[in-house]
Write a protein that binds this ligand. Structure first.
Ligand code: SF4
Length: 349
């Protein structure tokens, strides 16, 4: 029996089976439709089939591995929620990372949940070190809320890390509290400045990620972002994902955080003078990330929810990626491939 099926809950296994059968049937039925000599493909399935055909050749150049779903924050719009507490054994995670490297991975990003939470950052540190030293990946990065990072971690693993992105949606503590981007009354903003200075000291490129939603859409962050001077400021439009932050079995209800495309555009125009800003609308975000969950299954977001493939540990990268829904063209269009190794960045440390 496979590792992931040993460890997944019966509900997860059932969901996985239904989803896989559903996808096989839809591809099969579409193929039969063609074999029987029909001259027209049904409009609803035609683009999906073409994408599957294309995806047999997809290279996992840049992968986001959400190895844990647990987090100490409670952001109201979170779209990768604590639906399980599962984390792979470290040796299995390394095996999966090696498979990805052999399939062409150049950049790995560790994310969650909060990646520094599990084993106080040791699990993460070991994977970061493995990817840089053993696999020699050009780029190793982390996205974190920043609250659990200690200077000791930088001393031990900082050399192996190219980029650290910290999430910050507001420079007003009250707004962070309202969003849920906080643990108790601890200052998220003070922490952000501390991590920024550690990144300078330990030579890690510093990035900021912000989710624009109803609570921060009118804010002007120009001054603080200019002070912090990140290499990239990623600005996301709040996104709804069924089963994560929308719909019946979701752990969050993010409807009240959603903003319109026009509101997002206004926010971007207000920050037009910030040269490191990289905007990401819902359209750009939806399928342009290769996302691996805690079982190392690719998540397909095309239908507005996250449908898992089988684990790369069970079927290999090529078969699993076939069901990832990854849109390589959009990945390139959103500038997904950039100067992502700190050795190549001209940073003023
Ligand atoms: S910090 Fe990230 S993972 Fe944690 S609740 Fe917020 S959005 Fe979700």
């Amino acid at each position: 029996m496979s590792l992931s099926s040993l460890t997944a809950t019966p509900k997860v296994i059932l969901q996985l089976c239904i989803s896989t059968i559903h996808r096989f049937l839809s591809v099969l039925l579409t193929s039969l439709h063609w074999v029987r000599g029909s001259c027209k493909r049904p409009a609803s399935v035609a683009p999906r089939l073409e994408q599957h055909e294309d995806q047999t050749a997809t290279t996992p150049t840049s992968v986001n591995y959400h190895f844990t779903r647990k987090c100490n924050y409670k952001c109201g719009f979170c779209f990768h929620t604590a639906k399980t507490s599962f984390v792979l054994p470290v040796e299995e995670a390394k095996r999966g990372l090696r498979l990805l490297k052999e399939a062409g991975m150049e950049k790995i990003n560790f994310s969650g949940g909060e990646p520094f939470l599990h084993d106080k950052g040791e699990f993460l540190g070991q994977l970061v070190q493995y990817c840089k030293m053993d696999l020699q990946l050009p780029s190793v990065s982390i996205v974190s809320n920043g609250s659990m990072i200690k200077e000791k971690w930088f001393q031990k693993y900082g050399d192996c890390l190219d980029i650290l992105a910290v999430s910050c949606d507001s420079f007003d503590e009250e707004t962070n509290q309202l969003i849920g981007r906080a643990q108790g009354r601890k200052s998220h903003i003070e922490n952000l400045y501390k991590i920024c200075s550690w990144c300078q000291q330990y030579r890690v490129a510093f990035k900021i990620n912000s989710v624009i939603n109803t609570f921060n859409v009118d804010e002007d962050m120009t001054e603080q972002i200019s002070q912090l001077n990140p290499v990239r400021w990623k600005v996301f439009q709040c996104l709804l994902i069924d089963g994560e932050n929308a719909g019946e079995d979701a752990l969050r209800e993010a409807g009240k955080f959603v903003i319109s495309d026009d509101q997002f555009q206004e926010f971007l125009e207000r920050h037009g003078g910030v040269s490191c800003l990289v905007p990401e609308s819902n359209e750009k975000m939806r399928n342009s990330y290769l996302i691996l969950d805690e079982y190392m299954r690719f998540l397909d977001c095309r239908d507005g929810r996250k449908d898992p493939s089988r684990s790369i540990l069970d079927v290999g990268v090529k078969d699993a990626i076939f069901f990832s829904g990854f849109d390589e063209k959009m990945f390139l269009k959103r500038g997904g491939k950039y100067n992502w190794s700190k050795a190549d960045m001209k940073l003023d440390w």
